[in-house]
Design a protein around this ligand. Structure first.
Ligand code: MN
Length: 155
């Protein structure tokens, strides 16, 4: 099964980098508010450049002089599988991918839907794992690797 990772990143603005392994790279989106468990939330997800697979293991501080300077934690990770028959890369080219996540915090189906250009929406699918009352971005802020919150990585 291919992997996914979500890295919380305190750059110029806080965001959650959502990454899916496909075609030997990490397809990546920056989600300013992070993922939601509520199917009625449509979370903006800005497509960013593909990242190397190894980047998914990074947790620490990107130095000031570099692009994306700021702290990074591995907020969640695990495996995923596409829902539907299309290969992941084809579905992304077509601007619509539904998938099932098996992470440590996130479980269930989500959809990435392209709006225009690099703007996508990340939306929880209506399934048994959907839960409008659960908000793991705020209630489970710790790294799944180190147990640290992002403000603890920066200090
Ligand atoms: Mn980022």
């Amino acid at each position: 099964m291919p992997r996914f990772v979500i890295q919380q990143h305190d750059a110029r603005a806080m965001h959650w980098d959502f990454r899916l392994e496909a075609g030997g790279v990490l397809k990546s989106w920056a989600v300013p508010r992070g993922p939601s468990m509520d199917p009625s939330d449509k979370r903006l997800a800005m497509e960013v450049d593909d990242h190397p697979i190894d980047w998914g293991d990074f947790e620490g501080v990107i130095p000031d002089a570099q692009y994306g300077a700021g702290a990074v934690i591995i907020w969640d990770r695990g495996s995923y599988r596409p829902l539907g028959d299309q290969p992941v890369e084809k579905a992304l080219e077509a601007g619509h991918l539904s998938f099932w996540l098996e992470g440590e915090k996130l479980r269930g189906g989500w959809t990435l839907q392209r709006v225009e250009g690099r703007r996508w929406l990340l939306v929880k699918r209506r399934d048994d794992e959907a839960d409008a009352r659960r908000n793991p971005v705020s209630t489970q802020p710790e790294s799944v690797v180190s147990g640290r919150r992002i403000d603890e990585v920066e200090s």
